[in-house]
Every structure is written in structure tokens, then in C-alpha cells.
Design a protein around this ligand. Structure first.
Ligand SMILES: Cc1cc2nc3c(=O)[nH]c(=O)nc-3n(C[C@H](O)[C@H](O)[C@H](O)COP(=O)(O)OP(=O)(O)OC[C@H]3O[C@@H](n4cnc5c(N)ncnc54)[C@H](O)[C@@H]3O)c2cc1C
Ligand SMILES: C[S@@+](CC[C@H](N)C(=O)[O-])C[C@H]1O[C@@H](n2cnc3c(N)ncnc32)[C@H](O)[C@@H]1O
Length: 709
């Protein structure tokens, strides 16, 4: 290393890129010994190579309303290519079209390095600032979906090796079903030069690019090595060379002239021998509905988030609920806490929680910000306090290490995820100072989390011209029609009927009340919260305290103390016994605080049902046909790795978003986005593995394998 290069200290971030900064303040990679962008002018290089040679200006400008365009990139680096594409999009794409930018990065920049790199480009303005604000707090392996400009710009940052990450965009790893949910329209093949980074530019990369390309896809790359030209030519692309940028002699660009063909299903024999490929039960061959009209059943946080996600994509949404207003069931508590269940182990539940929590924190940011502004205006007298409920408060969430098991869990998390922004470890003294309450133990503090009032949130979510809500309307039957669904309604002393090409069930455990959904393994679990008049001590609370229950800071001198968990009881009666259980749980963890409260502080409460699943993950995706699954996948009873080259049989146009258990606030935003992307045929925000893990048919498949069905 020469003296003029200064390294960034990333010793605590082993998975992040190690950068050096040259005498002009430009970043280069220590491991690859190469610059992130041209020393002459990185932004001009991006414009010349990637934007111009994919003809993006013309292609963006010719899009129609609600059309989407997908860019795929290898090597996100500093995000310069992404920001340049976004800025061009703002200049020339129709206002309601959607840009998807998918980038796969093996060695992500730390937040500090990203910010420092982007300071080089003041002309990128607002968008660079927004990227650094939303850049993931923990850069763990897997998918990160960042959404900008009210969802018109969707960035899917995949932390993985290019080939592995791109494979996650396929619906299945089975070669006969390896098509993407939505193909890529333009490729930015970045990554350091093939001479310095041969591992990335391997033949498999070009095969992936081919498999994932949409019809008429184009590509551009600064890399003009023979292996790049050959790899792309052998994989369906016509190759052109052009002058390189600056002093570089050549660059390469081209367009797809031979679409990828999946291996025909007939090539795979149907038998119970060990297969090299997974059974593609989570894949669907149902076609997309172009009417863009949907009925959503259930107006809690799952239904409202799903309604918003589809409305923003130009769908006309009818949201039905049997109740007289929004969020009356599981979502009806005045204060719900945004929290997740994390583990230091890389396992599906924890991976999903990490992704969902980070997505949710970003998603709720504007709602909390809006509430802050209202509160500020009210405090200054500029605005009278409205009678509407607060949306919530981004006051942070302190998860107390209330027993040995939790102390160990927190320590493991701190050891695994070092030097990140999502949470920090606090001892008892720091926890007391931060929360304003005497804490006998420390814990993990999540500064960007907080509490929300679900009903006010739902009200904001459904405030969209494409969403129409119908209350007092109970759906009593669903019948498949040759095209779409007949929806039988009951309510307001009348019986009625609706039809719709697409239906989404967001009605929690009641989604299994229909004939075709009766085999879903959903279970209601009762919970009761207690409303507490604040005491002088609890009034000091500045952040949410969570342990074996939770206590948010007061709003209007009231706290919502939560919550009991009772799987054997589905009564909705509020009981004095459960209030006492809530107070006892609080006393066990925060005795000093509990001492300031008596039963007299309890001023009501409510009981409701959570909707849980056997593996604690929600059910998100198309509704499988039970009888067909049992017939098609019967061989799994003999061998879990049978050769069964059959896509899952699903009810056309019927989807689910249910089973959010105790974490609806964390789960529903990303689940709604995942489902909307599937219904609207867009790239998945979570990737194939997690999408399969959320698929509603998974329990039947597991049961077949275990011989239980
Ligand atoms: C006591 C308690 C405390 C909780 N605390 C938290 C917390 O702090 N943080 C957190 O993240 N989560 C918490 N949860 C969990 C969270 O509330 C749920 O995960 C979330 O509300 C689920 O939302 P949902 O929209 O899926 O279901 P619901 O809110 O239950 O909505 C389902 C809707 O469907 C409607 N419906 C049902 N059947 C029909 C039909 N046939 N026709 C028409 N409409 C129908 C219902 O009226 C209802 O409005 C708590 C839950 C409970 C019970
Ligand atoms: C030249 S930089 C990309 C610059 C970037 N597009 C930008 O706009 O700043 C190359 C990037 O490729 C990444 N990379 C290298 N090998 C990779 C691999 N095998 N898979 C994914 N990314 C890789 C590097 O970490 C680096 O961020």
C-alpha cells in the first residue's frame, strides 16, 4: 500500500468492504486493488457506459402509466449507478411508473464509507441523502428492500455473491421452473475488472444473466475482456463494442437475441428416487390478472398494508370488513410495539425477523415524522390538538435482559452483529438513564423502533384514491368462477354478492372459515392488554420497555400495558385476573416502577385474538389447492427428495396474508410488499428462499414428508 492511500478502519465490520482513499479522496478496494469508479469522473462514466449504452433515457420516456422497468446490477459499491439511474428516471419516466433496481453486492460498503463516497457527488442531491438514510443498519446476507419516492423507486440490495444472489430471483431452483417472477430489462455488469475479479466473472454469471433476462433485455459493461464477450454471446446476447470511457480502449454492450428456455418438464422423470432438484411446489404457473382489480377481506394492519401496496401499483382495491370501522380485532389496541425476534444464528425465522424489522422501521419513518410535526405544531400553538388518536412515537424500544437466557441471547447478538446501528447493548445504569426509569437490568436498545396506534396507521394507509372501504360486510362464502371469484356477503341486514378477479384474505384466523381454506393450520391465541392511568413515575418513561410483556411511554396520560398470551382460551372478555397477570409480569421485571401502580391505575383494557402458525412465520402467497397438493406430491411420503417436476396447484387469483402472530407491526409491511410484488409480477423483495418459507402450502408438504397426511 502506498503512503498516499488512507484506509478506513473497518476492523469491526469483517463482512464489509475494506476501502482505501487516494490523495483526491476517491475510494478504491484494498482487496481488489481497483477503483470503485473512474478517476476522471465517475458520474460521467456511469452515464456513458450504463445509462447511454442501455438507451435508458429513451426507454424510460416511452413507458406508459403504471408500467415498470427493471435494472439488474452486479456490484452495488457506492450506489452511484443506482443514484444516477434514479435521477434519470425522475427526469424522463412517467410519474406513476415504477423503477426496480436490483443490485447484488458481496462486500457492502459500511455506512460511513457510503456516506463519504457520496459526498463526492453534490449534484446527486436529495437522492444520495435518502439512500444513506435508508442504507440497512445491519448489512446481513440476503435481501434488503429500500423504497423511495412513495414506492416509485424500489431498490433491492442483495448481499451475496453475484451468482448466488441472482439465483434467488428465480421462482424455483428446479431447472424446469427457474423463471424469474419478473425479468430484468437492462443489465449493468459492473464489478471490478475480470483480471482482478475472475471469481465473479465466471461462466455461471452469464448463465444467470441469460435466465433472468426479460425479452429485449440489454446490457452494458466497461469490461471488454474476451471471456465477457464470449460468455454473453454464448448466452443469447448480441455483442457490440464501443469506445471505452476516458482512456479506456473499449467497452461492450448488446441486446438479447435468444430468450432463455427452461429445460422441458418432460426431461424429468416423475419417481420416488433422490432428485438433484427441489420439488417446485411453491411455484405457480397461474397467469397474472391484467384487470388490476382486487377485493381484500379484512381491514386490520395486514389488509390495510396490502391495500396500500396494491393501490400504489395502480390496482383498484375494495377493502371489506365485517366490523363497523378499521382495525377492530387483533389490530385494535391503542399502542402496539414494533419489535422482532432476533437470533445470532442464521435461521429462517431470525433472518425473516431481521429483514422485516429493518424494512418496517424504514416504512414507518414518514408516519412517525408526520406525528412529530403535528405534535410540534400543537405544542407551539400553531395548530390546535386534534381529537384524533396519535399515530405513535419513534421513541426507541428497550428489550430488557430479564433473565439469564435473554442475557445470553443479547450477548450473542452483540457478538455476532458488531458495530451496527440497529441495536446497542446497555447496562442497567445506561438503560435507566435512557428510559427515565430505574432498571435493574440492562438490555438491547433499538433506537429507530417505537410504538404505533394501529387504527390511526390503517387510516393513513388506506388514504388513497384507488382504495374503497366497505364496513359491516362479512364475507360468508368464496366460490371460484371460470374467471375470478364470487364473494357472498352478509351485513347491514342484507345479503349481497360481489365478483372479483383477484381476492386477498387478510382476515387472520377467520381466513380458514371457508370451505377451500379449512386445512390451513392457523390457531387463535387470546391476549389481553390493560389500560393504565400513568403514575408520576411511569410518566417519566421515555422509551418502550419490553421483556416478558411491554410498556410504552404514556400518551394522554395513558399506557397500554401488554399482554397476556393464552392459546387455550378464545374468549374476548376482559378479566380482572388478566389485568393482574399483566401487572405481575411488570412487577417481576421492573419492581420499582410497578410499586408506583395499583389496581386503581387500571382503567380498562381489551382482549383480542392473535393468529398464529406452527412455525411462527406468517402465510403469504397464493392459496394452494389442498386435494391437488396431496395428489401431486404423494410421493413425498416415500422419499422427501422425490423427483416431482410439478408446479404447485393454486386457486387462480386467491392469495393470503395472515398469521402475523404477536408481531404484526413488524411483519405486515414487508409481507404486503412481497404479496403485491407477486400479484403484480414484480421482482421479489425477499428472494426465493424466504418466499418459499412464507408460502401457505408449506405445512402440507412437511406433513406429507412426515407421513402425517
Ligand atoms: C393483546 C395483543 C397485543 C398485541 N401486541 C402487539 C404488539 O405490541 N406489537 C405487534 O406487532 N403485534 C402485537 N399483537 C399482534 C398484532 O396485533 C397482530 O399480529 C395484528 O393485529 C394482525 O393483524 P391482521 O390484520 O392480520 O389481523 P386483524 O387485525 O385481526 O384483522 C382481521 C380483520 O378481518 C376481519 N374479518 C374477519 N373475518 C372476516 C370476514 N369473513 N369478512 C369480513 N371481514 C372479516 C376482522 O373484522 C378484522 O378486522 C398483539 C395482539 C394482541 C391480541
Ligand atoms: C467497481 S465497484 C462497483 C461500483 C458501483 N456499481 C457503484 O455504482 O459505485 C465493483 C463492486 O463489485 C463488488 N463485487 C466484487 N465481487 C463480487 C461478487 N463476486 N459478487 C457481488 N459483488 C461483487 C465489489 O464489492 C464492488 O462493490
Amino acid at each position: 500500500m502506498s503512503d498516499q492511500f488512507t484506509p478506513t478502519s473497518n476492523d469491526d465490520l469483517p463482512h464489509c468492504a475494506r476501502l482505501l482513499w487516494d490523495e483526491n479522496g476517491l475510494p478504491l478496494s484494498e482487496s481488489f486493488d481497483d477503483y470503485y469508479f473512474s478517476k476522471l469522473n465517475g458520474l460521467e462514466e456511469t452515464d456513458y457506459i450504463f445509462l447511454q449504452h442501455n438507451q435508458l433515457r429513451q426507454r424510460f420516456a416511452s413507458l406508459k402509466a403504471h408500467q415498470s422497468f427493471v435494472i439488474g446490477e452486479t456490484g452495488f459499491g457506492t450506489g452511484l449507478n443506482f443514484l444516477a439511474s434514479w435521477n434519470l428516471w425522475k427526469e424522463c419516466a412517467p410519474a406513476d411508473a415504477q423503477l426496480h433496481f436490483i443490485s447484488v453486492e458481496k462486500y457492502p460498503l459500511s455506512h460511513a464509507d457510503l456516506v463519504r463516497s457520496l459526498l463526492l457527488w453534490p449534484e446527486l442531491g436529495e437522492s444520495a441523502q435518502q439512500l444513506s438514510q435508508q442504507y440497512p443498519e445491519i448489512l446481513h446476507n440476503g435481501f434488503h428492500r429500500l423504497s423511495f419516492d412513495h414506492g416509485r423507486i424500489q431498490l433491492t440490495l442483495i448481499i451475496a455473491d453475484a451468482c448466488d444472489g441472482l439465483a434467488q430471483l428465480q421462482q424455483s431452483s428446479h431447472p424446469a421452473f427457474a423463471t424469474p417472477q419478473r425479468g430484468i430489462d437492462a443489465w449493468f455488469l459492473d464489478g471490478f475488472s475480470p483480471a482482478k475479479n475472475p471469481h465473479m466473472w465466471r461462466p455461471e454469471l452469464f448463465q444467470r444473466v441469460h435466465q433472468l433476462s426479460a425479452a429485449k433485455a440489454t446490457f452494458a459493461t466497461f469490461a471488454a475482456a474476451t471471456l465477457v464477450k464470449r460468455g454473453l454471446r454464448e448466452n443469447g446476447f448480441q455483442i457490440h463494442t464501443a469506445n471505452g470511457f476516458g482512456k479506456k480502449r473499449e467497452m461492450v454492450h448488446g441486446e438479447l437475441c435468444r430468450e432463455f428456455e427452461t429445460t422441458p418438464v418432460e426431461n424429468f422423470e416423475h419417481n420416488s428416487y433422490n432428485s438433484d432438484f427441489p420439488v417446485p411446489w411453491a411455484t405457480t404457473t397461474n397467469s397474472r390478472d391484467d384487470n388490476k382489480s382486487v377485493v381484500i377481506i379484512g381491514a386490520g394492519i395486514a389488509g390495510s398494508h396490502t391495500a396500500q401496496a396494491l393501490a400504489r401499483r395502480g390496482w383498484s382495491v375494495t377493502l371489506l370488513d365485517q366490523a363497523p370501522r378499521l382495525a377492530t380485532a387483533g389490530s385494535g389496541n391503542p399502542q402496539g410495539v414494533l419489535y422482532a425476534k432476533l437470533s445470532h444464528r442464521q435461521e429462517t425465522l431470525s433472518d425473516f425477523n431481521l429483514l422485516a424489522l429493518q424494512y418496517a422501521q424504514r416504512h414507518y419513518q414518514p408516519y412517525w415524522q408526520y406525528q412529530r410535526e403535528l405534535d410540534k405544531a400543537a405544542a407551539s400553538g400553531a395548530h390546535s390538538t386534534s381529537s384524533a388518536q396519535s399515530l405513535g412515537q419513534q421513541c426507541g424500544v428497550l428489550q430488557l435482559a430479564f433473565n439469564k437466557k435473554h442475557q445470553q441471547l443479547h450477548q450473542n447478538l452483540l457478538d455476532t452483529y458488531k458495530n451496527q446501528q440497529l441495536f446497542k447493548g446497555l447496562d442497567a445504569k445506561a438503560a435507566s438513564e435512557l428510559s427515565g426509569i430505574h432498571c435493574e437490568q440492562g438490555g438491547l436498545f433499538f433506537p429507530a423502533a417505537g410504538w404505533l396506534n394501529p387504527a390511526s396507521l390503517c387510516q393513513q394507509l388506506i388514504d388513497h384514491p384507488n382504495i374503497q372501504v366497505q364496513y359491516n360486510t362479512k364475507v360468508v362464502a368464496l366460490t371460484p368462477l371460470p374467471q375470478g371469484w364470487q364473494i357472498d356477503l352478509e351485513g347491514d341486514q342484507r345479503r349481497d354478492q360481489l365478483t372479483s378477479p383477484v381476492v386477498v384474505l387478510t382476515n387472520a384466523h377467520q381466513s380458514q372459515d371457508f370451505h377451500i381454506t379449512r386445512e390451513l393450520p392457523l390457531k387463535p391465541v387470546r391476549g389481553q392488554v390493560s389500560y393504565l392511568n400513568s403514575s408520576a413515575e411511569t410518566q417519566q418513561l421515555k422509551t418502550v420497555l419490553c421483556g416478558d410483556g411491554y410498556l410504552p411511554p404514556s400518551y394522554d396520560h395513558q399506557h397500554c400495558l401488554g399482554a397476556t398470551f393464552d392459546p387455550r382460551n378464545s374468549s374476548l372478555d376482559v378479566t380482572a385476573e388478566d389485568h393482574q397477570r399483566n401487572l405481575d409480569t411488570l412487577a417481576a421485571q421492573l419492581p420499582a416502577l410497578a410499586d408506583s401502580l395499583t389496581e386503581d391505575n387500571v382503567n380498562g383494557g381489551r382482549a383480542a385474538l392473535r393468529c398464529t402458525t406452527p412455525d411462527y412465520l406468517p402465510l403469504v402467497g397464493p392459496m394452494p389447492i389442498y386435494e391437488d397438493y396431496l395428489r401431486d406430491y404423494a410421493l413425498l411420503r416415500k422419499n422427501a427428495r422425490s423427483n416431482i417436476p410439478l408446479a404447485g396447484s393454486h386457486w387462480p387469483g386467491l392469495y393470503l396474508n395472515v398469521g402475523h402472530g404477536s408481531r404484526g407491526l413488524a411483519y405486515t409491511p414487508i409481507c404486503a410488499e412481497t404479496l403485491a410484488a407477486e400479484i403484480n409480477r414484480e421482482p421479489s423483495p425477499v428472494g426465493q428462499s424466504l418466499q418459499t418459507a412464507l408460502h401457505p402450502g408449506r405445512f402440507w408438504i412437511r406433513d406429507l414428508i412426515r407421513g402425517k397426511r
